[in-house]
Design a protein. Structure first.
Length: 58
């Protein structure tokens, strides 16, 4: 499979569908899904949840 620069295929299933990531023009990385004829950008993952454990003083 010939990918554009900045695209990385991470997984291919038995149907030839590809999941991977690409670099955006603003320098971020986004996930994508390729079904063989079109590419869909995946939404970014949610922000990490804040830590719920109290901080301890040392």
């Amino acid at each position: 499979m010939d990918l554009r620069p900045g695209l990385t295929a991470n997984a291919v299933n038995d149907h030839g569908q590809v999941a991977g990531n690409s670099d955006t023009t603003d320098g971020r990385r986004r996930g994508f899904f390729w079904n063989g004829s079109s590419m869909t950008a995946l939404p970014p993952p949610p922000s990490p949840a804040p830590c719920r454990y109290p901080r301890t003083r040392r």
